[in-house]
Ligand binder design. Structure first.
Ligand code: AMP
Length: 288
């Protein structure tokens, strides 16, 4: 039967804590899906997995200012609360937590004024961390704050943001946070483009060019299967499949668990790519 009861939205911390306490008092298993909204089928797959595993599913929608650099797209990041709420209702989400920046950072957003999480340099100084300075401090800090507010049993993260997933797992392990991190596979459009809230920025023409990202990733896997294990050779050959209008920020191979760079491709190697097209930054990856 279709779910008709609209998912409730809570924007303040005290109130969401009260609601969560009620669920906890009934011994409910709580699943949590942190997002920045503009929900798409990728987010929906995380919610559906949480729905399968847990009694209660909480989705947060928060465009976190501290993870955006000064020249990044914080102001123009897509915001569509009504549509998001419909999607959450359809997916049977119990509550949406959608705080304002002031609710999350009442002391302001200057790192001199509050305690921030700084993931180890080794995990930050590569891939997206290289160009997005401080991004993962912002991500780790907000995720820990959200964990402390929601206190979930399980939290769902997409493999799409592979570096983020490794960093969050590391934080949970290092800081003994009592939550199980559940990684979820990348959801793609029928033509292979990874679903992303930022795909909305793409013109029809750029969208077509962006499809070559997945082609290049798949080529890496094909080459490995056909016996090519040299990262240098595989990248050189696969890169030629990328549309020439894509500006490559990185196209690299790492160990999927540790983010150690590798020069021989192995099973479980992570092939990760970031490109810009028409000013839109897109990331994607594939695990061999
Ligand atoms: P975001 O709203 O972009 O911060 O993403 C929220 C969560 O959804 C993160 O854990 C992402 O990795 C995940 N996610 C975003 N896009 C996809 C996708 N295409 N497939 C699977 N998970 C995704």
């Amino acid at each position: 039967m279709e779910n008709t009861l609209e998912t409730g939205i809570i924007d303040n911390i005290a109130e969401i804590r009260q609601e969560i306490k009620k669920f906890r008092d009934k011994n409910a298993i709580i699943g949590f899906v942190p997002t920045m909204g503009a929900l798409h089928v990728g987010h929906e797959s995380l919610i559906a997995k949480a729905r399968q595993d847990c009694d209660i599913v909480i989705v947060s929608i928060f465009v976190n200012p501290t993870q955006f650099g000064p020249k990044e797209d914080f102001d123009k990041y897509p915001r569509q609360p009504e549509e998001d709420r419909k999607i959450c209702t359809k997916q049977g989400v119990n509550l949406i937590f959608a705080p304002s920046p002031e609710e999350m950072y009442p002391q302001g957003m200057c790192y001199n004024d509050f305690t921030a999480i700084v993931p180890p340099k080794f995990y930050q100084d590569k891939l997206c961390g290289k160009s997005r300075i401080g991004h993962f401090n912002g991500v780790a800090t907000v995720v820990l704050k959200l964990f402390n507010i929601i206190n979930p049993d399980k939290a769902y993260f997409g493999q799409k943001d592979a570096q983020q997933l490794v960093i969050i797992k590391k934080m949970v392990q290092d800081l003994n946070i009592p939550v199980q991190i559940v990684p979820c596979p990348i959801v793609r459009e029928p033509d292979g483009l990874a679903c992303s809230s930022r795909n909305k920025y793409l013109s029809e023409e750029s969208r077509k060019k962006a499809v070559s990202i997945y082609k290049a990733l798949k080529k890496m896997k094909e080459l490995y299967i056909s016996g090519v294990d040299s990262v240098f050779r595989a990248i050189e050959e696969s890169e030629s499949l990328l549309h020439r209008d894509l500006e490559i920020e990185y196209f690299e191979v790492y160990d999927f668990e540790t983010l150690m760079p590798v020069d021989k491709i192995k099973q479980n190697s992570l092939v990760a790519i970031a490109v810009k097209i028409d000013g839109v930054r897109l990331i994607d990856n594939l695990t061999i």
